[in-house]
Design a protein around this ligand. Structure first.
Ligand code: FPP
Length: 254
């Protein structure tokens, strides 16, 4: 699979990244407690995974828990943690049978040992799968990711393994999370806010951004199709002019 900065543009995105926002509001609209919204959010995530498999999308990255989410009320954090653990354990076999490779990005050391061990199992059991790369961002922050990469590179610098001149964009791209898969083509955020909220900052430099009012638990196939259709109409320029992109397209299709 082409990785990093290689631009391999197709009408169907290869990599979709999603901020799943609006679980709390979805629950409130139904006079339900917030955890019920998160539970319905898991159903929507399961549905999206199946849709990606069906549509031949090869990578899906979802923001399950940000570094900042620890600031939520303790009951909500603990109910989210239980939900992650039970979901992972319940879904693992089916996802594995379907050829889904599961990986977590973020600092997992703050999770319970039970959750860390389920994460490790899920990653090792599915490590050889290649139909869909499912990346779950948990205790993740885009700035944390950049700092982490810079720390790894600094160690190499201090050890004399690389020189200052070798510290390039490519080198950071190699040390950042998801370095081995293409950068996201399409970013989707549900729930009406138009923010990145410290999700994949480095990786979305050229990503198309799609925002929808739909609350995450209500994000269904029709909503996904709308995002995909919008994406198919975008002209991705990667810093070039529209004319340059058109002339390359013309040559490719002739
Ligand atoms: C944002 O909604 C959602 C979260 C912080 C949690 C997202 C987690 C899931 C949907 C479960 C996914 C599960 C797995 C296992 C990947 P919000 O609570 O911020 O909603 P609000 O803005 O309406 O309050």
């Amino acid at each position: 699979m082409a990785s990093g900065n290689q631009h391999n543009v197709t009408l169907v995105p290869q990599h979709v990244a999603v901020v799943m926002d609006g679980n709390g509001r979805w629950a409130r609209q139904r006079f339900l407690p917030r955890p019920a919204g998160h539970k319905a959010g898991v159903d929507a995530t399961r549905r999206l995974v199946q849709l990606c498999v069906k549509k031949g999308i090869s990578c899906l990255t979802v923001f399950a828990f940000s570094s900042e989410n620890w600031n939520r009320p303790e009951e909500e954090v603990s109910s989210l943690m239980s939900l992650f653990l039970s979901t992972l354990n319940a879904e693992l076999n089916k996802l594995n049978e379907q050829g889904v490779r599961i990986r977590f990005i973020g600092d997992r050391r703050r999770f319970s040992t039970a959750l860390q061990s389920s994460i490790e199992d899920a990653e090792s059991i599915t490590a050889k799968n290649a139909r869909l790369y499912l990346n779950i961002a948990a205790n993740y922050g885009g700035r944390w990711d950049i700092v982490n990469a810079v720390q790894k590179i600094s160690q190499k610098l201090l050890a004399g393994d690389i020189s200052m001149q070798q510290l390039t964009e490519q080198l950071i791209s190699q040390e950042i999370s998801l370095a081995d898969i293409p950068e996201p083509d399409l970013f989707i955020r549900t729930g009406g806010e138009q923010r990145i909220s410290n999700f994949l900052l480095w990786q979305i430099a050229y990503t198309e951004l799609f925002f929808t009012e739909i609350l995450w638990p209500a994000f269904d196939e029709a909503a996904f199709d709308e995002a995909l259709q919008w994406y198919a109409t975008r002209q991705r320029r990667f810093g070039k002019t529209g004319e340059q992109v058109e002339s390359v397209r013309g040559r490719e299709s002739s």
